[in-house]
Design a protein around this ligand. Structure first.
Ligand code: OAD
Length: 251
């Protein structure tokens, strides 16, 4: 159901443990194109055709060029009011966690501690040993235009979770743990079409139902988005994250 900022703030004041889950929409006002928006296609290919291991095997240069293009966009963007409000809110209290589907690193740039579910645009994985390293290159010097790992001089791939791949175990376990503790979950700027957020919501709901009587308050899920989404929310705040999040989280 649609709710008001006043009601959402009241619910948050009573919360003991809050988990925030962010998606591409939180970075839209910074100028980062969302997947199911301006970023849907690149060189006439749909992002689902690009963000998968088969596409990389078939043409690593093409896929790296897409990620280098995305790096160049994000490098020119700044975190916005929603990223900053979340960082300040997280620093003001305990039991305030952030899990993100985003790979852009904008939360990290304002000092938030985040669990990254889908990897990082700024890391490469060595295809010989599967270790990651940080990398901020906007182009690669090798004749074939591809990155090589310093450890094995092997081809690297973007350290991103692609369609058909598992979320890294460490991130998945941390996020499940945070969901299990939460009595309020806030989702921001996710379409819910990838089931990362809904799976965490389900974990939180199932665990609360298993708790013995006297039964705990049921899970509250506040979804912040421009439109109604697939997120299994109990409350919806419709509008841009850059205005709603600072108002919701201000002291
Ligand atoms: P999507 O691109 O699917 O959805 C972006 C959401 O942000 C939409 O629901 C928009 O309505 C909303 N939105 C846009 N601007 C907003 C604003 N200013 N304020 C609030 N909401 C806004 O992004 P995600 O749900 O994060 O995965 O997508 C999840 C995953 O899909 C991505 O991590 C990526 C992609 O497949 C992989 O690459 C594996």
């Amino acid at each position: 159901m649609k709710t008001s900022l006043t009601e959402a703030r009241r619910l948050l004041q009573k919360a003991e443990d809050v988990l925030v889950i962010t998606g591409a929409g939180i970075s839209a006002e910074s100028g980062v194109p969302t997947f199911r928006g301006a970023g849907e296609k690149w060189r006439n290919r749909h992002f689902t055709e690009l963000a998968n291991p088969k596409a990389f095997e078939a043409d690593p240069k093409f896929i790296w060029d897409w990620y280098l293009y995305r790096r160049s966009i994000v490098a020119a963007c700044e975190p916005n009011a929603a990223h900053r409000a979340l960082a300040a809110w997280q620093m003001r209290g305990a039991h305030r966690s952030i899990v993100t589907q985003n790979v852009d690193g904008l939360h990290e740039r304002v000092g938030s501690e985040v669990v990254r579910m889908h990897g990082s645009l700024w890391r490469n994985t060595c295809l010989a040993c599967f270790e990651d390293r940080e990398d901020y290159s906007l182009s690669f010097e090798a004749a074939d235009g591809l990155p090589r790992s310093p450890c094995h001089h092997s081809l690297e791939r973007p350290a991103i979770v692609w369609f058909g791949e598992m979320i890294p175990k460490e991130a998945s376990v941390s996020a499940q743990h945070l969901a299990a503790m939460a009595d309020v979950i806030i989702t921001i700027g996710t379409s819910g079409l990838v089931d990362t957020a809904n799976r965490l919501i389900k974990t939180a709901r199932d665990l609360r139902e298993l708790q013995p009587a006297p039964s705990p308050r049921s899970l509250i899920v506040i979804d912040i988005n421009l439109e109604e989404t697939e997120v299994q929310a109990t409350h919806r705040l419709l509008g841009p994250a850059g205005s709603i999040v600072p108002e919701l989280l201000s002291p």
